[in-house]
Design a protein around this ligand. Structure first.
Ligand code: SF4
Length: 73
């Protein structure tokens, strides 16, 4: 049985430009990967991600949101 895609991302990283009120991510699409993974064929919002190699990790803290961009004030 195929599980449904995640349509909503909750996030507490409030200094990201895609962070929204009540800890919602307002980006249309994000890319989560492992630190220092080579990402030659995907942009920060995951376009082209289907061509990336997978990057298994052992713990949540080993994953990161590649879409993060610091909020400019
Ligand atoms: S892009 Fe990533 S870091 Fe930024 S608000 Fe969305 S989930 Fe959080």
């Amino acid at each position: 049985m195929q599980r449904q895609r995640c349509e909503t991302v909750r996030c507490t990283v409030s200094n990201c430009k895609y962070w929204g009120e009540n800890n919602f991510c307002i980006a249309d699409q994000i890319l989560v990967t492992a630190p220092k993974s080579p990402l030659p064929s995907a942009d920060k919002h995951g376009a082209g991600a289907e061509r990336l190699s997978t990057t298994p990790v052992m713990d949540a803290q080993d994953s990161l949101c590649y879409t993060f961009e610091p909020k400019r004030t």
